[in-house]
Design a protein around this ligand. Sequence first.
Ligand code: PMV
Length: 308
Amino acid sequence: MSQTTNTSTANGKVIVCGEHSVVYGRDALAAALPCGVEARAVRADTSTLSIDGRRLKPDEPAVTALACIAQTLKTPPCAVDVTLRMPVGVGLGASAAMAVAVTRAVATLYERGCDQETLLRAAHLWESEFHGTPSGVDAACAALGGCLLYNRHRGPVATTVGRPLYLAIAVAGPASSTKAMVARVAAIRERDHRQFELALDHLQTIVQSAQRAVASGAHAELGALVDENHRLLVNWQLSTPAIEQACSVARTAGAYGAKLTGAGGGGCVLAVGDAHTQPLIARAWEQLELQTLSVCIDATSSNDPPQG
Ligand code: PMV
């Protein structure tokens, strides 16, 4: 067995506005996080997958997903080792980051061309093992980086960031299941299609206004839009007492706005701040013993894939 190895990376993401409505063909505004996932691939007789040193059983979904990737790339078996450098299962796109990092590692190991389309297709197959019907926003952020306006029909479009955007993120709740939260929203849609369409239209307006606010650096306006987006997600029963508390603490600490981010039902809260308030928000959360992440999305955030 040859010992050819390589390490590839991919980023996590944060949805600024538009989660869930993106599943129904509307736009979402999302940004890649500076942290993510690393994957190393080595030639092997049978395909195996280890995450943070734990070897997965052959019937676990991630191993099936790895087989899908090998099929897409038409590669022989390999042993893949994943290192997580971000929180998992809390709406920050760890699963898609894993898919993209693993695809890059396998493609590089076997010298397969891996263009953007192949990468997104492989990530979609991987995500389908976990999510059912992923919109693709996580995979697009993981593969492309930067700040994106994403639509599942049109794909990702890179978005201008007019001024550095200071975001504070807290892991407010326990891990939640994206599949279960997407099903919860689908049930709400079934109860009243007309009302649901109106909410989707409202969210579309919020996302488009948020994109303009990010492009022009109007962060107070962005904060108000983030609050409005959160209220609609609350109406869809996606918030929890812990999320509400984290949002309220962030606003008191000076955030322009705060919302749940990702699927909800637990997971993360996002607050829009500035250079002065970002550390104040993080400190207020830390007093609640919440895990926090402070990121600055700037005009130089690259839309080029990270080194594979
Ligand atoms: O898996 P999460 O928590 O990052 O949420 C993904 C965002 C959703 O819009 C809820 C689902 C999707 O596929 O876009």
